[in-house]
Design a protein around this ligand. Structure first.
Ligand code: AMP
Length: 544
């Protein structure tokens, strides 16, 4: 017997219509390229998204067509999210930091029909236009007529103006209802070890994920919040914030192009931001700015961090110096992206000081909706004792089942588990801790050494800004850890003192064999340290 509750489909358009009705005046603020601020509201965003949706339909966009965006975090990008998915088409967000070759690859693989581009990324389009002419019928420049560039496109590819498109369509469009499992958006993985792969989110997965990150122990957005996603809308939908903020009725503050510490602190204070989300490198930049300038960020109640491991020193600094909670989450493109979040539960509620900091080093507990387990080389599940480590696998309604264009369920094993490629432990209270990416694991004399733990310790050195551990080839032990560090601005690194920070914190054989000091570390298109580049360059450092 089925329940007798209404079977209303979970539609992305329902988020923005809800926000327009219940939180009509809640702001969507954008910092423009020239530094000026534009203000809109959810009522205006919904109205303009409906006109844009109609314009897209008039351009011939149909259900399942891919419409791409190459854009920063802005109000117009939010309008595009809702307009494209709302019509039943698929919003393909493209990372502008992809190489031109990968950029053309993802556009052609997705067979994008239209690409909407921020004026700042027009040169990128100009460079790849001949490579993407097979499917792309129009480039929409996200601005007013006065901002239109002088751009010659291949035959059959039109140059259109975003504001003209909105002006050309009236607002009589009615958001259609369809199956909630319909594809809504598409994001390619960053592809550091091969071609990017497309992850295709549905309306249902997007809404369930947005609801799940809004609970109190995760990002916990409320209607009175003002949230600034530093995480980009061009990668994994900015952790779902453009959906969860209007769902809750919180103001969205879109930072645009300038993501350095000073610009972020400025915007936090000017716009009274209460929550923000970013990768560790962003918060490192903010911390350095705050310390150097003496500026405060007193409106912030929670900074959320994920994407790579969070050094304990950073969590401690924000807590003790700025009274700001740095909450760590873990996830991946294939998980929409959030899978776990680290907040104490009843078993840990009384922790303080060092013990609480130790807990916050962990990636945390699974959100409702996400099941996780760790398995050994034989595929058997390992105990949740905080010691046994193995490959982390996940299942759930916002976890990918197959990559775009591949056979149904081809990303899963026979029991429906998706292998994350991360190596982790899970403790008795359910807190997961990543020890490594499987491909970054260091095997010294057949024993594993956790690169994440070593990086975390090295990042606690007072002169170190960023730290990366790679596996370097070794004649006796096969592989040994090599530490690569960058100095904080104005600091110099004394290698001997860096080695000292490991003393007493790890088994002595875990200690890195050498330290290389660089002025900068290479980063991937999504802001993670690009270990493959480091490995290519330094893998023979210890045998030379
Ligand atoms: P992406 O698909 O680009 O979001 O990358 C996902 C990968 O980033 C994960 O599989 C992890 O290896 C890594 N990652 C994400 N969050 C964290 C975290 N909090 N700590 C350590 N690694 C993380």
């Amino acid at each position: 017997m089925f329940g007798l509750m209404q079977d209303r489909p979970l539609m992305i358009s329902s988020i923005i219509t809800h926000a327009a009705r219940q939180h009509a005046k809640a702001e969507v603020v954008s910092k423009n390229l020239d530094g000026s601020i534009s203000r809109s509201t959810y009522a205006e965003v919904e109205h303009r998204a409906r006109r844009l949706a109609k314009a897209l339909v008039l351009l011939g966009i149909r259900a399942e067509d891919r419409v791409a965006t190459v854009a920063l975090n802005s109000c117009r990008h939010v309008e595009l999210y809702y307009a494209i998915s709302g019509t039943g088409a698929i919003c393909h967000t493209i990372n502008p930091r992809l190489s031109p070759d990968d950029f053309a690859y993802v556009v052609n693989h997705a067979t994008d029909r239209i690409i909407s581009v921020d004026p700042v990324f027009v040169p990128l389009i100009a460079a790849v236009a001949p490579l993407i002419a097979a499917h792309v019928r129009a480039i929409v420049v996200m601005g007013a007529r006065a901002e239109m560039p002088n751009l010659t496109l291949p035959h059959g590819m039109d140059l259109l103006c975003y504001e003209d498109l909105i002006d050309s369509a009236d607002a009589d469009y009615i958001w259609p209802e369809f199956d909630e499992r319909t594809a809504a958006s598409l994001c390619y993985t960053s592809g550091t070890t091969g071609r990017p792969k497309g992850v295709l989110y549905s309306h249902r997965s997007t809404l369930l994920h947005a609801l799940a990150v809004n609970v109190g122990d995760v990002i916990g957005i409320r209607a009175v919040d003002r949230i600034l996603p530093v995480v980009p809308m061009f990668h994994v939908n900015a952790w779902g914030i453009p959906y969860s903020a209007p769902m809750a009725g919180a103001a969205l503050i879109m930072p645009g192009r300038h993501l350095d510490g000073a610009s972020i602190a400025n915007l936090f204070n000017a716009e009274k931001v209460t929550i923000s989300c970013g990768v560790p490198t962003v918060w490192l930049g903010l911390l350095q700015h705050l310390r150097a300038s003496g500026e405060r960020i007193d409106t912030i109640r929670r900074l959320t961090v994920g994407g790579s491991a969070v050094p304990r020193s950073m969590t401690e600094a924000f807590g003790t110096e700025y009274n700001v909670e740095l909450g760590q989450g873990w996830g991946m493109t294939e998980m929409s992206p959030v899978g776990t979040y680290c907040q104490p539960n009843a078993a840990n509620a009384d922790l303080t000081g060092e013990d609480l900091l130790r807990l916050r080093e962990k990636q945390g507990r699974a959100l409702w909706g996400v099941e996780m387990r760790i398995v050994g080389d034989d595929g058997a599940a390992l105990p949740w004792d905080g010691v046994a480590f193995g490959l982390l696998q996940v299942r759930g309604p916002w976890v990918c089942s197959a990559y775009f264009g591949e056979a149904p369920n081809s990303a899963l094993d026979a029991d429906g588990w998706f292998s994350t490629g991360d190596i982790a432990t899970i403790d008795a209270d359910g807190f997961m801790e990543i020890t490594d990416r499987a491909k970054d694991v260091i095997k010294s004399g057949g024993e594993w050494i956790s690169s994440v733990q070593l990086e975390n310790i090295a990042a606690g050195h007072p002169d170190v800004a960023e730290a990366a551990i790679i596996a370097a080839r070794h004649p006796k032990w096969d592989e040994r850890p090599l530490l690569i560090v960058t100095p904080k601005p104005g600091h110099e690194i004394d290698v001997a003192t860096v080695m000292d920070v490991f003393e007493g914190k790890i088994a002595s054989w875990w200690k890195p064999d050498d330290v290389v000091v660089l002025s900068d570390l290479p980063h991937t298109a999504t802001g993670k340290v690009h270990k493959m580049v480091l490995r290519d360059k330094y893998k023979d450092h210890l045998v030379k």
